[in-house]
Design a protein around this ligand. Structure first.
Ligand SMILES: [Ca+2]
Length: 394
């Protein structure tokens, strides 16, 4: 597992030649012990609500117009309050103040970014079946089969090195960017500067989120400086995620790897680096080789001890015995009955219809470290299985 300094050393060699190719990992999330069980607190698409996904899709559709909008967007060089913050920021990050001033000054405030970052309106019912349908579709399944075939050696290597199943790695790339076809068209510096200096105050967690994006902006600056790369050239999602796996700047520093050995990390163009980086991300968050992500569970919400079962949310907290004592029943004589780890009752709401439930393991929880949503994790798992089934059927 490469250290940050080694990554930077690798990047420093070549990034000046290739301009910013780093992609952003998902947000570095706290360790398991410090994570509150609320889903969706992170940067990129970290939501359980299908509604938000609609917004993200809208973002993708609208991103073609971003370049036109950028032309008319105000530059931060015109904002005295922002530019006044540069000396302190540069000093704290040990960066050249003139360079930081130049970069921040050329960043633009984008109204679209401020709109997209707002959560879905209250009262929108979560609906797993709708959410699922957006990702488990023929195009994404067939794309996964092709991506797997085209990158088989790297995928098998990642399985060996990190212990993460091929289908999980492939499905992550499929869900995040449709295998590189939808990586976002916002300039990352514009997105992160907007979310740092003009985060919408109407957001329910505005101070927390603004502080997060400020850290990511600073990570982008530091990473670019170390890599001798131009931060103005990096493009990605409205929330600052970059490349096929949609890594945030802090995550590239921590988890991205040079998997093809060309001495640079390129998460926008090197599928090998992408595959290795996704594997390393999961390994770093505690992926257990060979452990299933979840088991089927039978539960009657009318009679089971639902408050107890749902209190810990997605954090695996129950032994199989205590799980079943509370009314969440596992299949007899199945892998679930011999599972030695803890379980969580994962509730997936279906709008007005009865919710779906599965018993999530520690590996299910690890997937939610990529995107803090049980709906996201389940979509990744099911897409991966659908890709496996399609491959086996050929
Ligand atoms: Ca590489």
């Amino acid at each position: 597992m490469p250290t940050v300094s080694r990554i930077c050393t690798l990047l420093m060699v070549t990034c000046a030649l290739i301009s910013p190719v780093f992609s952003q990992t998902t947000q570095a999330s706290p360790t398991k012990n410090t994570v509150t069980p609320q889903k969706n607190t992170s940067a990129v698409k970290k939501n359980n609500t299908p509604k938000k996904r609609v917004k993200n899709t809208t973002q993708n559709l609208q991103s073609n117009t971003d370049s036109q909008n950028e032309i008319y967007a105000p530059s931060y060089s015109e904002r005295a309050d922002v530019m006044a913050q540069v000396p302190e920021m540069a000093q704290r990050l040990h960066l050249n103040a003139d360079w930081v001033k130049s970069v921040i000054g050329q960043a633009k405030q984008l109204d679209q970014v401020k709109r997209f970052i707002l959560p879905a309106p209250a009262g929108v019912a979560k609906n797993w079946n709708l959410y699922r349908g957006r990702f488990i579709d023929p195009i994404r399944i067939e794309g996964g089969v092709r991506f797997w075939e085209a990158n088989q050696a790297d995928i098998e290597k990642a399985e060996r090195v990190y212990g993460v199943p091929a289908e999980i790695i492939v499905a992550i790339v499929g869900v995040e960017s449709l295998y590189g076809k939808q990586m976002g068209n916002f300039r990352t510096i514009d997105a992160l500067a907007t979310l740092t200096f003009d985060f919408p105050t109407s957001h329910p967690r505005a101070p927390e989120r603004q502080a997060f994006f400020k850290q990511e902006l600073e990570n982008l600056l530091v990473l670019s400086h170390h890599n001798q790369a131009d931060p103005l050239q990096v493009k990605g999602s409205y929330a600052g995620a970059i490349g096929m796996p949609q890594f945030m700047p802090s995550s590239i520093s921590k988890y991205a790897v040079d998997f093809d050995g060309d001495q640079k990390i390129d998460l926008q163009n090197s599928t090998s680096d992408v595959i290795g980086s996704v594997g390393n991300y999961f390994k770093s968050f505690g992926w257990v080789k060979g452990m299933p992500t979840h088991f089927p569970v039978k539960i009657n919400p009318e009679t089971a001890n639902m408050p107890a079962l749902l209190a810990a949310d997605i954090l695996p907290s129950f032994t199989p015995e205590s799980f079943q004592e509370k009314g969440a029943l596992l299949e007899l004589n199945s892998p679930a009955s011999s599972h030695t780890g803890k379980l969580a009752l994962i509730e997936l709401q279906n709008g007005p219809n009865p919710a779906s439930y599965v018993a999530g393991t520690d590996n299910f929880y690890v997937i939610t470290r990529y995107n803090w949503s049980s709906y996201y994790a389940m979509a990744v798992i099911e897409l991966g299985q659908a890709i496996v089934n399609k491959r086996n059927a050929q």
